[in-house]
Design a protein around this ligand. Structure first.
Ligand code: GLN
Length: 252
């Protein structure tokens, strides 16, 4: 079994590094025919419009759709999640092509611009039950999308509460004598639907490899991890044998 990482743009190197830490050598995918050599695929974060243009240029969409349809495990992180969604809103005018397959509507830049990027502790009971470790996961949201609607076969693995001002502005509410109210909106940020996994945040930018390990289990690789580890080069092997603290990001 082998795992591919779509390497057109975005954080593909970081995904490859996370896989290496689990003893798995991922394969960079840039051409449709390379997909024939992998049994699972990660679509990284980055910029979904740019990634879609590059995928179109390399005529990758038909092969990516076939990959999803044949039931092979695919994990989309952030821009990759947008790629996998059946429907995206908040796209640039003219929209963009999607691979689809995940019965979800995503909002492309739900949390705002780069400046509104943030980190938060997400509650991840399913992940913790499968992989052990803390019941929370440090979610890095970078111009992140959110899932607004999910179909009946979609399992929600994490959600996030956003506080929203109901009053249009403090001044207008003060003038009208209304109390300013704050409402809570829950959005979905991690899902699984059969062979498909989607996360709105970037696990590959943290040292916590539990989502990668979870995905490898989906890909049926869990049992192979030690053998892949032994087939790796010396320096990679040293890296994958080093336990890392799971609560610290790689980049500080
Ligand atoms: N919202 C971005 C997009 O549309 C994705 C951001 C990310 O992958 N960090 O492409």
């Amino acid at each position: 079994m082998s795992v591919g990482v779509l390497a057109l743009q975005g954080s593909f190197n970081e995904h490859l590094a996370a896989l290496r830490r689990l003893g798995v050598k991922g394969m960079e995918i840039r051409k449709a025919e390379q997909l024939e050599h992998v049994t699972a695929l990660i679509i990284p974060g980055g910029e979904s419009t740019t990634m879609a243009k590059l995928a179109e240029y390399h005529n990758l969409f038909p092969a990516l759709r076939d990959f999803v349809k044949t039931g092979k495990p695919v994990w989309g992180t952030c821009a990759g999640l947008i790629f996998l969604a059946n429907k995206a809103v908040g796209q640039k005018s003219g929209g963009q092509e999607l691979v689809g397959g995940l019965d979800c509507t995503v909002h492309r830049n739900f949390f705002g611009s780069q400046l509104q990027s943030f980190e938060t502790e997400l509650s991840v009971p399913v992940l913790a039950a499968m992989e052990g470790g803390p019941a929370s996961f440090r979610g890095l949201f970078i111009r992140a999308p959110a899932i607004l609607e999910a179909g009946p076969n979609v399992e929600v693995l994490a959600d996030y509460s956003v506080l929203k001002d109901k009053a249009t502005s403090y001044k207008s509410s003060a003038e009208s004598g209304e109390e300013q109210t704050v409402s809570e909106e829950k959005v979905i940020v991690a899902v699984k639907q059969g062979n498909l996994l989607g996360t709105a945040f970037h696990p590959e930018l943290t040292a916590d490899t539990r989502w990668h390990s979870f995905f490898l289990k989906m890909a049926g690789e869990a049992g192979d991890q030690s053998s892949s580890c032994s087939s790796m080069a010396e320096e990679d092997l040293a890296d994958c044998q080093q336990p890392r603290p799971i609560d610290l990001p790689i980049f500080q």
